[in-house]
Design a protein around this ligand. Structure first.
Ligand code: B12
Length: 358
């Protein structure tokens, strides 16, 4: 397993300017702006990773803080996708290295982070097949078998898809292809990538490109052997269908404000409970408590920014815990989640830090 630290850099005024364009959903303005940066000598890699990437992370924080609507986030992200394509079209050199397949794990819709990796690898001379969002594992394996790449780069942003990432890694390796893993779901170090048996992990696209540049590629033999038994994960997955409507019912009975919820609010609450159950499942699968508690803390902040108190999250977790009487490990995770939600209740109810930089 190979890894390296994340690079950092400034570009504050460029990011602010770019954010202004994407806030207005001004695709051509955004393209003109970044082409101007390229003309002034900013490298394409820096435009991708020091301007567009941090702007997109900022978009996420603005949405989480309820300062931007989902529509604003979608519009801005759609512009960024087009800008990444325009930059790539303008500067990508002809391929001089081997072939790499870049894809998102099945169900993962965050294609833009992985697309950034794909374009950075192209800038470094790799021939890249970018397969985009949510690639079903059998189809991924069929593609790599056909094009015979040197490497499969697998992106995952949401931790809930890590069990699927594990299966995809195993399938690619069984087919004889090494796997580079990355994306926010893997966290800040290589622990999770190791757990799911990836050969290489990188925290950022430029780090990944540097690792591949400095070949020959040396691959370790991870096999996911340290993963905990998956019986409680399987039990939760099996019971999800009946558990969630029941939990929603019990939550409505114990949390009075829910009686006044309109159908849209009820649907949102059901969705939130579903996300909680899915993050719980991923945490159980990996044996990584922080996957669950970080998500609980994040959910409390997002709800608080929308005027929903953390108490509702504590109650939701308690209800799930009450239903899962025969799953001791799951109950222990839920108890930690309740502690995290309780702690988040004492935190400021606005997840957007008071920062001046993007
Ligand atoms: C745009 C966006 C979306 C778009 C995605 C569009 C697209 N085509 O990508 C859509 C609308 C689909 C979406 C949906 C959802 N999203 Co969203 N999304 C975002 C947002 C705002 C930007 C994503 C992005 O472009 N990031 C920018 C890049 C640069 O991110 P990056 O991870 O830092 O990438 C770098 C490295 O990780 C690395 N890397 C990335 N991939 C790979 C792969 C390999 C192999 C390697 C080596 C490296 C590598 O290189 C990159 C550059 O250095 C993020 C905010 C954020 N912080 O990312 C939220 C965010 C990821 N989304 C979030 C959520 C919750 C969701 C939803 C669940 C919302 C919902 N209720 O439905 C859904 C889930 C969809 C799904 N099934 O996957 C949360 C996740 C929170 C959490 N605790 O995990 C975030 C963080 C928002 C927030 N601020 O809280 N989202």
């Amino acid at each position: 397993m190979v890894s390296a630290p994340v690079a950092t850099a400034g570009f504050t005024s460029e990011i602010v300017g770019y954010l202004r364009q994407i806030e207005e959903a001004d695709e051509f303005g955004a393209v003109d702006l970044v082409f101007g940066m390229l003309d002034e000598g900013v490298s394409a890699q820096d435009v991708l990773l020091r301007v567009i990437a941090p702007a997109q992370r900022r978009v996420g924080r603005l949405w989480a803080a309820n300062r931007w609507s989902v529509a604003q986030e979608h519009a801005a992200s759609a512009v960024s996708e087009r800008v990444v394509a325009a930059v790539a079209r303008r500067v990508t050199p002809p391929p001089a290295r081997g072939r790499v397949v870049v894809a998102c794990v099945e169900r993962e819709q965050h294609s833009l982070p992985t697309r950034l990796l794909a374009e950075v690898l192209r800038l470094h001379g790799w021939r890249v097949d970018f397969l985009g969002a949510s690639v079903p594992t059998p189809h991924l394996v069929e593609w790599v078998g056909r094009v015979n790449p040197e490497l499969v780069a697998l992106g995952c942003t949401l931790p809930v898809w890590l069990p699927r990432a594990h299966r995809a890694v195993a399938a690619c390796r069984t087919a004889g292809f090494p796997v580079l893993a990355g994306g926010a779901a893997f966290g800040a170090d290589d622990r999770i990538a190791r757990l799911i048996g990836a050969d290489v992990w990188a925290p950022a696209a430029d780090v990944a490109a540097d690792l591949l540049d400095n070949g020959p590629l040396m691959f370790a033999t991870g096999n996911g052997a340290e993963l905990p038994p998956d019986d409680e994960y399987a039990c939760l997955a099996r019971r999800r269908g009946e558990l969630l409507p029941r939990a929603l019912e019990l939550l409505a009975a114990s949390y009075p404000p829910m009686r006044d919820y309109d159908p849209w609010q009820l649907e949102q609450t059901a969705e939130d409970l579903g996300h909680i159950a899915d993050f719980l499942g991923a945490a159980l699968y990996l044996g990584e408590m922080s996957v669950f508690t970080d998500f609980v803390t994040w959910t409390c902040a997002v709800l608080a920014a929308r005027g929903v108190p953390g108490e509702s999250v504590v109650l939701g977790l308690a209800v799930l815990r009450g239903e899962l009487t025969d799953c001791p490990r799951t109950r222990a995770f839920l108890a930690e989640g309740m502690r995290a939600a309780g702690a988040a209740r004492g935190a400021p109810d606005h997840p957007e830090p008071e920062e001046t930089s993007p």
